[in-house]
Each structure stands twice: as structure tokens, then as C-alpha cells.
Design a protein around this ligand. Structure first.
Ligand code: NAP
Length: 343
């Protein structure tokens, strides 16, 4: 598996991101004051940093109750929101997305506390410059950027934490929940999913391979998103809507694991050219709040531009196979948690 040029190393990936910022194409409308989320419970993963914190800030401004699902900065991130917006309705919950037991415990905690989720924004992601193993022996980037998202989705849907008819029979009339995944347009350069090496730990070293695998994992994620959207609709009407968005270049902490010299250079480029998280988060909030998206599913935004994902992610046979293989892998590492919560 590989990427084919634009996303083959951190510098060309950054250049591509900056170039995309200045391309003119059809865009979504700006957010309006009427795009409100009062009364909605919104769960955001990785909400303590970068884009996730920007998303949480917008959600607070739009009147949502925000559940910040994080592995660090608890309760710091919530306190920062509360200080800035005294009326903010926020709570923080611990989850380490590289650890399947932690995801189970997190979902069980939501269930125990009768928390329901109207909108999921699964944002957390990593770009390690060298391979790191999870407690289950998987690659951390594969786990955090893809497999955790599959597992969390299964648990939220099967347990009815995201109300729905297809899995849990507890849908609320007139309300279609939304699941929004933060992806990356770099997936467009990744080669097809290699099922022979699916989930197999690769001991890569160096940022070039890291960037390449990042794009590849986003391709896997997008293939899952298309398949999930398909599985969560009946006769073309979504029971739960599923969307994906690439935020474009964001001045976040995503390069925290880059080697020191590259990190210093990239930090400068990020600060000069990349969007502030609060700006990059605006189209994510559009996807969460726009009434015209009611009844839609499977849409993709690249920043504020609607477009198609790479054609590979729409192959139904690949989507079906990915689902099977992922469910088997998730089941093999799911040693804790009630049966209803497993993949
Ligand atoms: N920055 C960009 O230019 C860009 C471009 C395209 C797409 N994206 C996507 O945007 C999303 C957000 O990234 P970002 O740029 O905002 O980077 P960031 O500032 O590094 O934020 C990443 C978030 O993910 C969390 N996270 C990482 N591993 C986790 C784990 N094991 N369990 C729980 N949370 C974990 C981090 O928590 P900690 O703070 O505790 O580590 C942090 O909150 C990612 O999906 C990324 O792929 C970013």
C-alpha cells in the first residue's frame, strides 16, 4: 500500500494543503444565526486540541450540549470553554481511542448515565512519525484513525446511544441523528485497500511512511463511512445520516510527533498559512446544523466544497469486505464489555 506523490512526505502534503486553500470552487453557504443546535447532545472526540476544540467552541456558541471525549486535558478543555462562554453546557469524559477496553468503558458510561447522542463528530486522529503498538498489538494510527471509529460507531448504534431503528429500535420521530467523520482529502492519493495486510502491524520508521499510511488509513475510513451510510438507510431514507469532511490545512497540534527540525519548519508554515481551528471548524458545524442536509446521507465536504471522495471508496464489494474484515478484527480484540456493545 502506498500514496502516489502529493502525500508521499510531510512537505509535499503541506504544500498540497496550502495550494488547495487558494483554489476557487463551488462552496456551501456560510453559517447563519438560525443554524442553531439548541437541545442537541453532540459528542466530539479529540475535543481538547486543534480542530476538535474549535468544533466544541462553535457547538457551544450554537447552543448544543457538548460531550468532549478526550484522553487528556480533563477538565482543562471544558474549563477553557466555560471561562469563555459562561452559559456553555459541556461535560468531559475520558476515552483512550487506542485501547478497545477504554472505548467499551466509555460507551458503557454513556449508557449507564442515560446519555443519548444526536450528533457524533468523530474527530480524533494521530500522525506518528514511527510505528507505535496499541495494547492489542495493532498499529496506533490504524486504531485511532480507523478501527476505533468502527468500534465506537457499533457501540453507540447497537446500544441505542445514538437513537436509531435499524440497530436499536429506539429512533425518535422526526429526528435523524448525524454521524460526522473528520477525514482527509489526502485519501485521494492512496492505493486500494490491501486486505492481505489489513490490520497487520508494520514497524514503519520515518515521517514519509507515516504520511503515506495516514492517507491510506483515511481511505479505509472513507470506505467504511460509505458502507455505514448504506447500512443505516432504508429505501434511500437515512435512519442515521453519515457524512465526512476534510477540514483542509489546520494550524493544530497534528505535527506533534514530527522529527524536531521538520517540526520547527512545519510549525512556522502552519502558523503562516494554515487556518485557525475555529475557522476550519465552520463547515463541520454546517454539516451538523444545516437543515437542508436533513434527509441527506453520505455527503463529503473538502473544506467548504462539496465533492466526491475517491472513486475507490464507493465500490460496494470493497465496502462489504471491509466491514466483514473489520468486524472480525474488532471482535478478536474485544475482550471486555457487554455483548450488545461488541462489533
Ligand atoms: N491539521 C490538519 O491540517 C488536518 C488536515 C486534514 C485532516 N485533519 C484531521 O483533523 C482531525 C483533528 O486533528 P488536528 O489537526 O486537530 O490535530 P490535533 O491538534 O493533534 O488533535 C488531535 C486530537 O485527537 C486526540 N487523540 C489522539 N489520539 C487519541 C487517543 N488515543 N484517544 C483519544 N483522543 C486521541 C488528541 O488528544 P491528545 O491531545 O490527548 O493527544 C487531540 O485531541 C484528525 O482526524 C486529522 O486527521 C487535520
Amino acid at each position: 500500500m502506498s500514496t502516489q506523490g502529493r502525500f508521499s512526505n510531510p512537505f509535499s502534503a503541506v504544500f498540497t494543503g496550502v495550494f488547495e486553500l487558494f483554489r476557487k470552487k463551488e462552496t456551501i453557504r456560510p453559517l447563519l444565526p438560525t443554524d442553531r443546535l439548541d437541545g442537541k447532545n453532540v459528542l466530539v472526540t479529540g475535543a481538547n486540541s486543534g480542530l476538535g476544540f474549535g468544533i466544541a467552541e462553535w457547538l457551544v456558541r450554537r447552543g448544543a450540549h457538548v460531550v468532549l471525549a478526550c484522553r487528556s486535558d480533563i477538565p482543562g478543555a471544558a474549563e477553557r470553554l466555560q471561562d469563555k462562554y459562561p452559559d456553555a453546557s459541556v461535560e468531559m469524559r475520558f476515552v483512550d481511542l487506542k485501547d478497545v477496553d477504554s472505548i467499551h468503558a466509555f460507551a458503557q458510561g454513556l449508557l449507564d448515565d442515560n446519555v443519548t447522542v444526536d450528533i457524533l463528530i468523530d474527530n480524533a486522529g494521530v500522525t506518528p512519525a514511527r510505528a507505535r503498538k496499541t495494547p492489542a498489538g495493532l498499529d496506533e494510527m490504524f486504531m485511532v484513525n480507523y478501527l476505533s471509529k468502527f468500534i465506537l460507531a457499533q457501540q453507540l448504534l447497537n446500544a441505542g446511544i445514538i437513537p436509531n431503528n435499524i440497530r436499536a429500535g429506539n429512533a425518535r420521530p422526526g429526528q435523524i441523528p448525524r454521524m460526522i467523520y473528520i477525514s482527509s482529502d489526502s485519501h485521494q492519493d492512496a492505493s486500494a485497500i490491501d486486505f492481505n495486510s489489513f490490520g497487520v502491524f508494520e514497524n514503519y520508521r520515518g515521517p514519509n511512511r507515516g504520511v503515506s499510511l495516514y492517507s491510506y488509513n483515511k481511505l479505509i475510513l472513507n470506505t467504511f463511512i460509505v458502507e455505514l451510510a448504506h447500512r443505516l438507510q432504508r429505501n434511500g431514507i437515512p435512519d442515521v445520516a453519515v457524512h465526512a469532511i476534510c477540514p483542509g490545512p489546520v494550524n493544530s497540534n497534528i505535527i506533534r510527533d514530527a522529527p524536531p527540525v521538520a517540526k520547527a519548519i512545519l510549525k512556522l508554515v502552519f502558523a503562516l498559512f494554515f487556518k485557525k481551528p475555529i475557522v476550519a471548524a465552520e463547515p463541520v458545524i454546517y454539516m451538523a446544523a444545516a437543515p437542508e442536509l436533513e434527509g441527506a446521507t453520505g455527503s463529503y465536504l473538502h473544506m467548504n466544497r462539496p465533492k466526491r471522495m475517491d472513486e475507490k471508496v464507493y465500490d460496494p464489494e470493497v465496502g462489504r469486505l471491509l466491514w466483514e474484515r473489520t468486524a472480525a478484527l474488532a471482535g478478536s480484540i474485544a475482550i471486555a464489555g457487554p455483548d450488545s456493545m461488541k462489533g
